[in-house]
Design a protein around this ligand. Structure first.
Ligand code: SIN
Ligand code: FE
Length: 299
């Protein structure tokens, strides 16, 4: 299986041809990163001013935007800049919904638009704790926002005006990574569905999570952490380097495609959630793979 599939799409609001749609869906579900080298996201005049490392607050590297509330998180910007940046991310989010719905009509009625983010800071050369270091190969799992089995689909676009590419590595397949770490994860109490279910209720009751963590969420968090902390895996996993030049958008299921972001700045990202049942091949979802490998129902 190829790590990437390049598709000739240049419009956010015109659905791609049926032929492109037919190629996109199975590739995406199989763990391929869909790359759109001509899908630029043009900024309006004045918005270039946001392309600076100083937009996030303190040590934060990203600014988040919640389309449900219109609120920004993690920025020190005040009005009117904050309002303008929120408008940019709202516009990007709207285009992202239109684009992904047009590309994947099967998903359209089931897609849930979650947060968007603006990632101005250069990744290379910063220091991170290993568990928070996205330069290490990992699959995504959200500690405070459990998906309860649902998929994490993310659309990115590099908008750097200076020509800086975003450098990723991608690996897989998910089943191989899951099989590698499941025995180790299986030795922790939280891998037992009864204990995980109880812990999920307690954590939600204490408002530590938005929604309840299921046994699936505990396993996915464990997989994220184990993968990042395992030096043999980090050194030895087969991977493909991918370069996303400015003006390029890309889309993948980041919960199943092991990825590492090594360098780059000024990228926009929109997260979507999708129920497993909306997939053409639900058996390829991390939920079904982990259920099969562990022999337990996980949600
Ligand atoms: C990640 O999800 O690991 C980070 C991706 C990126 O910011 O390019
Ligand atoms: Fe990630």
């Amino acid at each position: 299986m190829d790590a990437t599939l390049t598709l000739p799409v240049s419009e956010w609001r015109i659905p791609p041809s049926p032929e492109i749609q037919e190629h996109a869906l199975p590739a995406l579900e199989a763990g391929t990163v869909l790359v759109f080298p001509r899908l630029n996201f043009p900024l309006l005049s004045g918005e270039q001013g946001f392309l600076t490392e100083s937009a996030p607050s303190g040590t934060r590297k990203n600014i988040s935007y919640d389309p449900a509330t219109g609120k920004l998180g993690g920025t020190q910007l005040a009005a009117p800049q904050a309002t303008e940046l929120a408008a940019l991310l709202a516009r990007f989010g709207t285009d992202a919904v239109t684009f992904v719905s047009g590309l994947l009509p099967r998903y359209a009625p089931h897609l849930r638009q979650a947060r968007a983010s603006f990632r101005p800071a250069e990744i290379m050369g910063r220091t991170y704790a290993p568990r928070h270091d996205d330069r290490r190969l990992h699959t995504d799992a959200f500690p405070t926002r459990p998906t309860q089995g649902g998929r994490i689909l993310r659309l990115f676009v590099n908008i750097d005006p200076a020509g800086t590419p975003r450098e990723w590595q991608v690996s897989g397949p998910f089943e191989q990574v899951a099989a590698r770490f499941l025995p180790e994860l299986g030795r922790t109490p939280l891998s037992r569905p009864i204990i995980a279910t109880l812990a999920g209720h307690v954590m939600a009751g204490l408002n530590l999570t938005h929604g309840r963590r299921t046994p699936y969420d505990f396993l996915m968090l464990g997989l994220h952490d184990r993968a990042k902390l395992d030096e043999d895996y980090q050194a030895g996993a087969l991977r493909t380097a991918v370069t996303f030049a400015p003006g390029t958008a890309w889309l993948c299921f980041t919960d199943s495609v092991p990825h590492a972001a090594l360098a780059g700045r000024n990228t926009l990202e929109q997260t979507f959630h999708l129920p497993v049942e909306a997939m053409a091949q639900p058996e390829l979802s991390p939920l079904r793979v982990l259920e099969r490998l562990s022999g337990h129902a996980l949600v």
